[in-house]
Design a protein around this ligand. Structure first.
Ligand SMILES: [Cu+2]
Length: 316
């Protein structure tokens, strides 16, 4: 999680309030300016629950990159640094932005830094990724992440008791083989960078599941990083109480068994279990599920109270 934003938003809001009290109108006292910085790092990261590693291209050394969280109306002042010892150009493409691709999203060479700003006027869950050429490889090698834009009016959605971010992606054994990527030669599917990361049933090396209590509203933010496959997202033994395409409360579906999230798309899913036990959140396309796109959501009265809050909305 990008941690600096809350303090900065608080500071910006107090500054805005102070200026308003002093009679200076500078726009909404609610909207904040949020500084977000990331560094492109070409580093080794874990690729399975056993701890095997491979060279990835990353935002901030992690796959997926940090969760950015702002409030509708906030202006994001974004800085991307490409480390001098990297070998490739990198960039960032925020799906939450309305801006200019040629300047804001332009690739930068190793050793360079770029900055741009945009105002997040649309609430929801959005994909971000590197857009450098070949984009299929920059996405497949790990330069993917999520930005949550919370609605300005929190009452437009039911309050979630817990929240989890899942970023789905295909994984390729040969990350140098761009031709193979174009041909769809993927071997595994991951939620948050590792196949079966939250599924000890299919991989006994998995040590974590998602957790909640029966009756709690659990909000899943699903980002489909692709690069190519659609995700038919279904909770085995459950039904989505609400689905919000793009995570926007203006788009609300009820009582849905499966909702398709296209590559490059994202949606918000609410689920409530009336009973203790487990649901398995899957891409119901069986090749995707059985190659890693399964996350167990355990419903128990003993659920860890820290799970699904703060830094544990993207469980690493
Ligand atoms: Cu890149």
């Amino acid at each position: 999680m990008i941690k600096t934003q809350a303090a900065e938003r608080g500071f910006a809001r107090s500054l805005a309030t102070a200026l308003l009290l002093a009679g200076t109108v500078i726009g909404s006292a609610q909207a904040a300016t949020v500084q977000v910085s990331m560094t492109a790092k070409e580093v080794d990261v874990p690729i399975d629950n056993q701890g095997h590693t491979a060279r990835a291209w990353t935002f901030d050394g992690q796959v997926p990159g940090p969760v950015v969280r702002v409030t509708e109306g906030d202006t994001i002042e974004f800085t991307l640094k490409n480390l001098a010892d990297n070998k490739n150009s990198h960039s960032i493409d925020f799906h939450a932005a309305r801006t200019d691709i040629l300047t804001s999203f332009a690739p930068i060479k190793p050793g360079e830094t770029t900055s741009f700003k945009f105002t997040a006027n649309n609430p929801g869950i959005f994909f971000y990724h590197c857009g450098s050429d070949p984009m299929i490889q920059h996405i497949a090698r790990g330069m993917v992440g999520a930005i949550i834009v919370d609605p300005k009016d929190s009452k437009v959605m039911p309050k979630a008791d817990r929240e989890y971010v899942l970023i789905e992606s295909e994984m390729f054994d040969n990350v140098e083989d761009v031709k193979g990527m174009m041909a769809g030669n993927w071997q595994h599917t991951a939620f948050n960078g590792i196949p079966f990361r939250y599924d000890p049933v299919h991989d006994t090396n998995a040590t974590q599941t998602l957790e909640a209590k029966p009756g709690e509203r659990v909000r899943i933010y699903l980002v489909n990083a692709g690069p190519n496959n659609f995700s038919g997202f279904h909770p085995i033994a459950g039904i989505w109480d609400k689905v919000y395409p793009s995570g926007n409360p203006k788009n609300t579906l009820s009582d849905v068994q499966n909702y398709t999230v296209a590559p490059g798309d994202a949606a918000t899913f609410d689920i409530i279990s009336p009973v203790e036990g487990a649901n398995a959140l899957v891409n119901h396309s069986m090749r995707s599920a059985l190659s890693g796109a399964i996350a167990i959501l355990m419903f128990s009265e003993k659920a860890d109270p820290s799970m699904g809050h703060g830094d544990k909305i993207l469980v690493r």
